[in-house]
Design a protein around this ligand. Structure first.
Ligand code: MRU
Length: 363
């Protein structure tokens, strides 16, 4: 256990020095204990993602990219097709760990594409393909930092010093490599003396807002106030919130956005009080192949996440029926803007998101 450093001094997800494991902070233990764990096997990687030891759309994308590289690196064959068959098995296995955040399959597809290009089209040796996969995984990780910083810059233009900002779940550094997405404007504002007042929804059932967002923002010295999920109308009615910044797990082509369960409620409440809702979305989370929110697969999780406390004390009667979707979809009409690394997309999203993705493709 290492408790001396600030949580923000740790890497959320990284390769170990020996390049033999993916190192993550076990986020299920936060804020009580900062423990780094090493993921070596495909099963360990799958479990870590499914059990939310590493979580948040960008972070699981990066974890999967680093993970598939490590697994690929251990495949013992000189024959590309044999290598690729095993690679595909690992890829599909990791991809099955969680369904909603598109970053997971986005990162794995990107790794797959470089492997196919190098091995099949350019006829490189398997050793060279492994090297290329290594570089691509590290590139995906490095890009995440850059992308979040840009989202922070664009997001900062939407608010002014002293504003109140409400956020839901954790789209912070713990959900990315650095800065976070929804927290990026907050961290950049902090560097520039903006003195934001942040309200962090606790985010039931797994308390990512209380355990993670409040923890990391408080550790960074940001003025953060933890509220229960049913308090957003109360703080908004008092005029304490000028903007909502949230992350996302998948943005459909029409702007409908899946994010942690409860985001759509916050967005509806914000509309009622005239508070703009901004979705902070790396383009890796925008899925133009999904037409609307109705087409997004929403992960259903175990009932015990609702009926038992994080520390395993029961809070509901045995046998009671439970409905526990991990995410919900915020209708695009409730969204004031989608903040990407290429700028802020505004309604009509079908056009603005298309334009942003085309700009990305031309890069
Ligand atoms: O179930 P989780 O904790 O992975 O859910 C995370 C969220 O909903 C985040 O808001 C989203 O992944 C964006 S993280 C930048």
């Amino acid at each position: 256990m290492e408790n001396q450093k600030n949580i923000l001094d740790y890497d959320t997800v990284a390769l170990d020095e020996a390049q033999d494991a993916v190192i993550i902070i076990d986020q299920t233990l936060l804020p009580g204990k900062i423990e780094l764990i090493a993921l070596h096997t495909a099963q360990e990687m799958w479990d870590a993602i499914y059990l939310l030891k590493v979580r948040g759309a960008p972070a699981i994308g990066v974890a999967a990219a680093l993970g598939i590289y490590l697994l690929a690196n251990r495949i013992e064959t000189e024959d590309f097709e044999e290598f690729y068959q095993k690679f595909t098995e690992y890829k599909e296995y990791l991809d099955s760990s969680r369904p909603t955040a598109v970053n997971l399959s986005w990162a794995l597809k990107r790794m797959d594409a470089v492997a196919v290009k190098a091995g099949r089209e350019e006829h490189k040796t398997v050793a060279k393909v492994k090297e290329i996969l290594h570089d691509e995984a590290l590139q995906i990780r490095a890009e995440d930092v850059e992308v979040c910083r840009k989202i922070g810059e664009f997001g900062l233009e939407l608010v002014k010093p002293g504003d109140g900002i409400l956020t839901h779940c954790n789209a912070g550094q713990l959900a990315t490599v650095k800065y976070g997405t929804a927290t990026a404007p907050i961290y950049l504002g902090q560097e520039r003396g903006y003195n934001f007042h942040v309200f962090a929804d606790e985010t039931r059932p797994l308390l990512q807002g209380a355990r993670l967002t409040a923890f990391e923002l408080h550790s960074a010295g940001v003025d953060v106030t933890l509220i229960c999920d049913n308090m957003s109308a109360s703080v908004m009615s008092k005029g304490w919130v000028q903007a909502v910044f949230v992350g996302c797990d998948r943005v459909a082509a029409n702007g409908d956005t899946a994010n942690k369960i409860g985001t759509s409620v916050v967005s509806a409440v914000a509309k009622q009080y005239g508070v703009p809702v901004y979705i902070c979305a790396p383009t890796s989370t925008i899925d133009m192949a999904t037409a609307t929110g109705a087409d997004i697969c929403i992960e259903q999780r175990k009932a015990e996440e609702v009926t038992e406390m994080w520390y395993k004390e029961r809070m509901a009667p045995e046998g009671v029926k439970v409905y526990n979707p991990a995410f919900d979809v915020t209708d695009h009409e409730l969204i004031a803007g989608i903040v990407t690394e290429y700028g802020v997309a505004r309604a009509p999203y079908t056009e603005s998101l298309k334009e942003i993705m085309e700009r990305k493709a031309q890069r």
